[in-house]
Design a protein around this ligand. Sequence first.
Ligand code: FSO
Ligand code: SF4
Length: 545
Amino acid sequence: MNTDMFCWQCQETAGSKGCTRMGVCGKKPETSALQDVLVYATKGLGQIAARLRAQGFAVERDEDRMMVANLFATITNANFDDAMLEDRIRATCARSKALAARLDDAGGLSDAALWQAGDRASMLAQAGKAGILSTRDEDVRSLRSLVTLGLKGMAAYLEHADALGKSDPELDAFIEEALAKTLDESLSAADLTALALETGSKGVSAMALLDAANTGAYGHPEMTKVSIGAGTNPGILVSGHDLRDLEMLLQQTEGTGVDVYSHCEMLPAHYYPAFKKYAHFRGNYGNAWWRQKEEFESFNGPVLLTTNCLVPPRESYRNRVYTTGVVGFPGCRHIPGEPGETKDFSSIIAHARTCPPPVQIERGEIVGGFAHNQLLALAGKVVEAVKSGAIRKFVVMAGCDGRAKSRSYYTEFAQKLPEDVVILTAGCAKYRYNKLNLGEINGIPRVLDAGQCNDSYSLAVVALKLKEAFGLDDVNKLPIVFNIGWYEQKAVIVLLALLSLGVKNIHLGPTLPAFLSPSVAGLLAEQFGIAGIGTVEEDLKKLVG
Ligand code: FSO
Ligand code: SF4
């Protein structure tokens, strides 16, 4: 079927405008259409749930879980499986129908809330109404995208927290309400701008919730050296962000002779005390997500994707790729289990035992674990180093990595930073410079990795504490500057969260989001000083002096 496509949600979108024929990420037009329809149906469900709450009825957690999982499933590089998306659309419409029947007054519900899915063709036929371009006004379209994409990022974090038994009814209610507002034709650009900022402040709460879930279950990350070499046992490589999935896999692989390695965003798991007791959690293999085609190949064993970023796998290793949670790819085996349920990893473990060990592609160690607890333990030393002039500045270079050649900017920027400048990082952006051996200042490493992208929260906590320690009234008066790389929608919620905390003058690259219309981009520049990047030399001068 010839399906029109329009997706602009990630940094690698075609021509920095929008993917219209095929996703740069490998997403096909039909998949894109089904994702649009899923988001549309989820907004409808959100509208009904928000209305129910307003009429004084309770909304079950299950409904909110469904909204969260749906949003998460449409994030970049998570789910390419049309059949899974179709099932979600059908289940969402059924839920909407059942909930709407409970309303005292169902008048004025949107098409999205009232639409009922039939077969796949009926879903694809709805794509035109569901898609981004169905909003005519370019600023309203831009702001609705900003909110929706922020919610997708927030949903990812809420799902991981949920896997550890943590949820927040206020955040559930906010998601319903914000989804409903993206359908509300009466809202002005100013209303939607306020909603985007509110989404950011709720994003801070979502990251705090996940931080509490992770540290409550696994302890506080601490400074840790992680091996990047390979051992001689067969292995399973785990990618994505879900620590509970990792824990279950580590428990089930214990004593089997199979080693477990982290990939990309799972690296920070090594920093948590609870994972250190697993001697077979061998180390980190490889780099950021976009290098997986070569690295999954040479790993030789099965790979478990607990979240994005999944790149459509090559035929040569596709049968070794397993997905779980909201992740899916046609032809790859899926390990079932809802958040909170115990998953059975026996199939992937049995598979690993038949595989040769990984090919060693690197050797040595990298260091990380500087989340808020560890950084605050060093606060005295840090304040001292700043006061003595040993540390001139901190540059937050958190965010994502990606394929774009222009991202070599970040490696070069890190390399050319003066030796009295320290990098604070989180997310997969770190792979551009975390193996450069940039040295230390008075025992403080010059690259301080807090963890996953959600651990950008830690960097915000530390900035707020340092503001107190230095007796400042504004976080922007600290010697901290922001040069962030972004790729997908979790970076959108991190950005909105930083804005809601009052952080100004963030440099965002390698390109600004396509979904920012000229006036929305102008507004962000004017109110928050958001800017793109220039050349390394220009930006070093601007940011570091
Ligand atoms: Fe990276 Fe991918 Fe954490 Fe993202 S692996 S790009 S923002 O999914 O999640 O930083
Ligand atoms: Fe294009 Fe990014 Fe959308 Fe993929 S997620 S279709 S690369 S904009």
